[in-house]
Each structure stands twice: as structure tokens, then as C-alpha cells.
Write a protein that binds this ligand. Structure first.
Ligand code: AMP
Length: 355
């Protein structure tokens, strides 16, 4: 396929804030955006040229929508794999494809894939019933995190366990879903690599942010991360190896735990733009949203030169109820246009220059 021309339509599966920011960046490049999602009122549709309301399981509706798009991407990792496959089979150009969804949707498949790429992870075990916990938790030094294999995000669907805890109660709280038990990682801090890969297989990483979570939700990303050059290079190489193995086109984020001796253990990856990259549009020559859309359109990737040190603060729940003019005095403000500020819900973010 030749590169998309300005004026072409890029479809996005998903209507959340990432779709909204991708859509705005694509519009700035001259594209029209068409959102497909089940919600009538969503953050992305309000900045898009077109909005189709439909279920991700409605293959006919998806294919009809795809016929109105020149390329399709997605803004969340839980798009059903079958939906992406149906679109591809119908001849749609879907970037980054179905494989990244398949791999990232199941924590065991994901960690196995990462290891096959030569990327270290925490030790883990498959948990189908509570009885499966006892052996591995002992092996992991008496502590672990039980997580649902699928559908967990922002620390949801997880329970910290210690040797001798009531494993059945913990598994019941996760609705007896198929789970993974991960060894508890004594990390010093967390970072993520945001990498873009173009259709020719060229990759480029943004500077690496250091990420601070509260209750499993990202609260703050700071750049630079203070990783040594050698560790940062290893992290970048790992993200590029992952992108290559997935034959990825677009932006993906690979999250790492950093141990005190510089060991990197991958936690998970997101086959999409990432919250920990929300500072890039303000601080870099090309932001992650534009970068993703360049890749999807078959355009060359942009330079990722960072102009200054920076921090990004998420506005969670009621933090976003402070009047916007007050928030805007405190940094560069982005609000996602969500109607209700439930506790912990990502409502917007602030980007602040640090030097
Ligand atoms: P996740 O949903 O896997 O991204 O986990 C959310 C957060 O929980 C991570 O960013 C870490 O702060 C913490 N966490 C997750 N898994 C582990 C682990 N195996 N060891 C220690 N902390 C973890």
C-alpha cells in the first residue's frame, strides 16, 4: 500500500481518551477520523468527523464501517481479536494488526511471548483453582500477586497474597477467573518504553519515563527517568525486539520494573499509545499520538527529540473537578471531556516543564 494522502479517513476502534487524542493528532495531519464504539456519547467521537455506534462483536456492522475507512487502528487492547481478524479478512488495513491484541490480552500468553523475545519477566504460574497457589507461592519466597489473566487494568482484578492466606477467598473475589500468580518484584522503580515502528520495520523510542502508581493507577510520569545509559539502551532494545516480533506498525508501550542492580523485568505491554507518554506532545518534536498516526498512515516517523525535562500528572476522579482555569494555571492542561468524575477515573492530565 502506498502512504495515505491527507484527506483519507482513519478509523479508530474505541471511543476513550486515547482515541480522542489520536483523533486530534490525526486531524492535525489532515486526516478525517471515524470512531467505532458501542457508546453513544464518548470522548473520542466528540472530536471526530464520523461516529458509528456498534458492538465489537457485530461483524457485519464492523465490515460496513471499515468500507468507509482507508486504514484502521485501535485505542484499547481489549478489542476482540475476532473483530480485528474479521476486518483484516474483509480486506481492511488494520494497523497494528490482530496479533498484538491476541498476545496482550492474556497475561500468561503475554509473559510467555515476552520471554520468547528474550525479555525477562517476573516468575509466574498459571492458576486455575485456588489449590494451584500453594506450590508456586512457596517457590516465589512466600509472596505473590494473583491477577486475572484477562481484562484487568489499573490494578483491578488483582490481589496480593502471602503464604498461608486464604487463597480460595482471594480467587473467589476474582470470580474464580483463570488467573496468573506472579512473584512479588522488589523493584526500585518503574519505567516504560514507548516505541514506534513503521511499516518498513524502522523503530524509534521516546526518552524513557519513570512512572509512579497509586493504588495500581498511574499518577505521575517523569522524564528523564535517571536510568543509566546502559540500562536505558537495554530497555529500548527490548521494546524494539518486541515490536519486531509482533511485526508491529504504530506505537506500543512496554512497562518494566527496575531492580536495584539494574535488572529489568517486563510487566506488560500495551499495543497502543500509553498514558506514560502523555507528556510527549508538549515536550518532543513529535508526540506519541502523531507518531502512531504517521505509522498507521505509512508516513515516515517523526523525530523524538525532547526539548526539556518534564512531568505528567494524571487528574484522577474528583481532582478534575477543580475549575479548568485553575488547573490550566498549573501546567499544560488536557481534559478528556468525560461526563462524570468517578473515583480513580482518568479525567485529564497536566504536563509541566521541569527545566
Ligand atoms: P498491572 O495491572 O500488572 O500493570 O499492575 C499495576 C501495578 O501493580 C504495577 O504498575 C506495579 O506497581 C504493581 N505490580 C504489578 N505486578 C507486580 C509484581 N509482580 N510485583 C510487584 N508489583 C507489581
Amino acid at each position: 500500500m502506498t502512504a495515505l494522502k491527507a484527506g483519507a479517513t482513519i478509523g479508530i476502534l474505541g471511543g476513550g481518551q486515547l482515541g480522542r487524542m489520536l483523533g486530534s493528532a490525526a486531524a492535525a495531519l489532515g486526516f478525517d477520523i471515524s470512531i467505532y464504539c458501542p457508546e453513544e456519547d464518548c470522548p473520542a467521537a466528540r472530536v471526530a468527523a464520523q461516529h458509528t455506534i456498534g458492538a465489537y462483536t457485530d461483524t457485519d456492522a464492523l465490515i460496513a464501517w471499515a468500507k468507509t475507512c482507508d486504514a484502521i487502528t485501535y485505542e484499547f487492547e481489549n478489542v476482540p481479536v475476532e473483530a480485528a481478524q474479521a476486518l483484516i479478512s474483509a480486506g481492511a488495513l488494520v494497523r497494528p494488526g490482530a496479533k498484538p491484541l491476541e498476545v496482550s490480552q492474556d497475561r500468561i500468553v503475554e509473559k510467555t511471548f515476552l520471554r520468547d523475545c528474550g525479555i525477562q519477566t517476573a516468575d509466574f504460574a498459571q492458576i486455575d483453582t485456588a489449590a494451584d497457589v500453594a506450590g508456586p507461592i512457596e517457590q516465589f519466597g512466600g509472596e505473590g500477586i494473583l491477577k486475572t489473566r484477562r481484562d484487568g487494568y489499573d490494578g483491578k482484578g488483582q490481589a496480593r497474597l502471602e503464604l498461608g492466606d486464604d487463597y480460595e477467598a482471594a480467587h473467589k473475589a476474582l470470580k474464580h477467573a483463570p488467573c496468573i500468580l506472579e512473584a512479588m518484584v522488589p523493584f526500585e522503580f518503574e519505567v516504560s518504553v514507548i516505541v514506534a515502528r513503521d511499516r518498513a520495520g524502522e523503530s524509534i523510542c521516546f526518552d524513557i519515563p519513570r512512572n509512579e502508581h497509586v493504588n495500581g493507577i498511574l499518577k505521575r510520569s517523569v522524564v528523564p527517568s535517571d536510568l543509566s545509559a546502559d540500562v536505558a539502551e537495554r530497555a529500548g532494545d527490548a521494546a524494539k525486539a518486541l515490536a519486531d516480533a509482533l511485526d508491529y506498525v504504530g506505537v506500543l508501550a512496554l512497562e518494566f520494573f527496575v531492580l536495584s542492580d539494574g535488572t529489568l523485568l517486563a510487566n506488560e505491554f500495551a499495543p497502543r499509545v500509553h498514558n506514560s507518554g502523555h507528556w510527549t506532545p508538549e515536550a518532543c518534536a513529535t508526540g506519541q499520538f502523531e507518531q502512531h498516526m504517521r505509522a498507521v498512515a505509512g508516513w515516515p516517523l517523526g523525530p523524538v527529540t525532547r526539548y526539556h525535562d518534564v512531568e505528567m500528572l494524571n487528574l484522577l476522579g474528583e481532582e478534575a473537578l477543580v475549575p479548568p482555569e485553575v488547573l490550566a494555571a498549573d501546567g499544560i492542561l488536557t481534559l478528556y471531556g468525560k461526563r462524570d468524575a468517578k473515583p480513580g477515573r482518568k479525567m485529564g492530565h497536566l504536563v509541566r516543564r521541569r527545566s
